[in-house]
Write a protein that binds this ligand. Structure first.
Ligand SMILES: C[S@@+](CC[C@H](N)C(=O)[O-])C[C@H]1O[C@@H](n2cnc3c(N)ncnc32)[C@H](O)[C@@H]1O
Length: 259
């Protein structure tokens, strides 16, 4: 599972960053999450699943510099981009499910997972590690995909079966059951758990780009090779375009809690 996630993201940096250039989604999500987590100048923050550093760059702004930032990711190629994007931060190749072996205990003011936690098969282990890395009253914050909407209809439950004619999962599959994350936070010992959702219009072309990134198309068509997945996503969105779709947005859920 981890090898597949690493391989999919190792194949993704350029598509990932060109999607971001077109939509600004990940920086938008990171800004939202950092604000909800109360990230402020001078804080020490871990950016778990930092990817190409889009979220780390937002945290650099929020903390007033890169010195207090540690980005952690499984994918060497995503990390390569992150090191270029945020030269002042520290980046470590490592597994988010073993944070206690990466971050010294009581060393962080906040631990953020921007668009990462739903990729973790053992999210409870990751949250326990995050808690041990946090100082007392430190903050954990995460966000994850909660839906995609096309002209107000949910893409996967309402439109997908019709558009794909079968062959795809009725909803993207992720290794983590995100409906349980609140429970996992409580079990890991976090308190004062807050939650909500945020929507972002991407346009049909933007949503198409999102699901064309190799790491995203894998959640829809896990049995196809990257080229086949891209073609399948292309057919689906060509059909949507023919049907004159006007709006396409994503909904992301967030959770913030205190140690
Ligand atoms: C959707 S990207 C988000 C990247 C970044 N936070 C951003 O805002 O653009 C998710 C990242 O999580 C990383 N990831 C997935 N599973 C991981 C694990 N077990 N440990 C560390 N990183 C992981 C992937 O390699 C990928 O770079």
């Amino acid at each position: 599972m981890k090898d597949a996630v690493r391989a999919n993201f190792d194949a993704s940096p350029s598509d990932y960053d060109s999607f971001e250039e077109a939509t600004g989604l990940f920086a938008f999500l990171a800004r939202e999450l950092a604000a909800r987590a109360g990230i402020a100048p001078g804080m020490k923050v871990a950016d778990v699943g930092c990817g190409t550093g889009l979220s780390t760059a937002v945290l650099r702004e929020a903390t007033g510099g890169g010195d207090g930032l540690t980005g952690i990711d499984l994918s060497p190629r995503m990390l390569g981009e992150a090191r270029r994007r945020v030269p002042g931060a520290r980046f470590i190749e490592g597994d988010a499910e073993r944070l206690e072996t990466i971050l010294p205990s009581l060393s962080q003011d906040a631990v953020l997972y921007n668009a990462c936690v739903f990729l973790l098969p053992d999210a409870p282990a990751s949250l326990r590690g995050a808690r041990s890395a946090l100082r007392d009253r430190g903050t954990v914050a995460m966000n994850f995909i909660a839906g995609a909407y096309v002209d107000g209809r949910e893409l996967f439950t309402e439109l997908f079966p019709e558009w794909t004619g079968g062959g795809a999962h009725p909803a993207p599959r992720f290794p983590c059951d995100t409906s349980k994350l609140g429970e996992y936070l409580g079990e890991a010992g976090f308190q004062d758990i807050r939650s909500g959702t945020v929507d972002r219009e991407l346009g049909l072309a933007g949503l198409r780009r999102f699901y064309s990134v190799p790491a995203q198309s894998a959640s829809l068509y896990p049995k196809l090779e990257a080229a086949g997945r891209r073609a399948a996503v292309g057919r689906m969105f060509d059909l949507a375009q023919e049907r004159g779709v006007r709006s396409a947005s994503m909904r992301w859920a967030w959770l913030v809690a205190s140690k």
